[in-house]
Design a binder for this molecule. Structure first.
Ligand code: AFP
Length: 343
């Protein structure tokens, strides 16, 4: 029987704008075999902490909570007030839910062992990335990775629960505090983005099934470091200029990544003479964005290796990062390789 023309097939509606993050997470729970709802609850906890941090960020200029806190974190960088606040909000949210047994945070030297032996998940998080942009009202972000613990539940956590490869992530996401606040995440079945509607206090699905363009015309790198870069990379930058690509670099990885994911582009934070391992942290920056990138059809390498395959050896390990549209990353890689072959 033919469907009446005014009766729309429900499946054709897909997920229209109006689907809240909460409802979306719930609808996706059945995608996981043996799902008990804990990962869903964990994602909801992160979303709640995001709303709280978003409120703090929006008040930053008014309530004098922007600016340096006077302490340095484990990277030797000056901590900002909001870094500290965001770290507290996220770790508190993750501790309360009961799903998490340990947290790795950019702001803490050591693993935070929540002494919750029944927690199945380990979270690695950069609570507020791009913190030098806080004081000047430029976009900043949060990045998180979620892993299932390896050792059996009911026992103390082990090093192998923490130092897992990016390939082992069960979910990852970022929050962009920009002209609007967005939460983008994957559980390994595509990437979906949600935009925050502050008057309703809800995230709504705004970017279903995000797909990165195969190529693009944006390159994002701190060109002030050119003199310290390898010849191969210098040649690639020159290639970008000859192609008249647009240089766009915010200095907030999440913001640069998000723009390039939507428009097509490449983000590069290379190894340099001064920083032979680059600057970006493998466990709570590169891995999450690499997982999201690959789920959206983009690519992430350290110059030669796939980011997700790197075995972390320490919590705050750094990695060079080439991240973005497949063809652009592959072109950058061939420039680097050529140099290696010629040298
Ligand atoms: P901060 O959190 O210290 O501002 O670092 C941000 C970051 O890790 C990443 O978000 C930027 O892309 C990159 O560093 C900027 O580094 P440079 O200032 O060296 O270009």
């Amino acid at each position: 029987m033919k469907t009446k023309p005014y009766v729309r097939d429900k499946s054709a509606l897909g997920y229209s704008v109006g689907v809240t993050l909460d409802r979306f997470i719930k609808s996706k729970q059945d995608d996981f075999p043996f799902a008990s709802g804990e990962l869903s609850q964990l994602l909801r906890d992160i979303a709640l902490a995001t709303k709280i941090v978003n409120r703090e960020i929006n008040r930053a200029g008014l309530s004098n909570i922007g600016g340096a806190f006077g302490q340095t974190n484990v990277q030797g960088e000056e901590q900002q007030n909001l870094d500290v606040i965001a770290n507290i909000r996220f770790t508190r949210a993750l501790s309360k839910g009961g799903e998490v047994c340990a947290i790795v945070s950019e702001e803490d030297d050591e693993v935070i062992d929540l002494q919750n032996q029944s927690g199945k998940y380990v979270v690695a998080i950069d609570p507020l990335d791009g913190s030098s942009n806080i004081d000047v009202n430029i976009s900043i972000g949060t990045i998180f990775s979620i892993y299932r613990r390896v050792s059996p539940v009911g026992h103390p956590i082990q090093p192998e629960d923490i130092l897992q490869k990016g390939l082992d992530q069960v979910a990852a996401g970022y929050v962009l505090f920009g002209s609007s606040t967005m939460l983008v995440y994957t559980t390994g079945n595509g990437v979906n983005g949600f935009t925050y509607e502050p008057s309703l206090g809800e995230f709504f699905l705004s970017h279903p099934n995000m797909c990165a363009p195969k190529t693009g015309t944006i390159y994002s790198i701190n060109e002030g470091m050119t003199n310290q870069m390898d010849e191969g990379l210098k040649n690639y930058i020159q290639y970008c200029k000859e192609k008249a690509y647009s240089a766009r670099y915010i200095g907030s990885l999440v913001a640069d990544f998000h723009r390039n994911l939507l428009k097509g582009g490449i983000y590069i934070y290379p190894a340099t003479q001064n920083t032979p391992n680059g600057k970006i942290r493998l466990m709570y920056e590169a891995n999450a964005l690499a997982f999201i990138a690959e789920q959206a059809g983009a690519v992430a390498i350290d110059g030669t290796r796939r980011i997700l395959e790197i075995q972390p050896e320490s919590l705050h390990q750094r990695t060079p990062l080439y991240l973005g549209s497949e063809e652009m990353v592959s072109m950058a890689e061939s420039f680097i390789k050529e140099k290696v072959l010629n040298s």
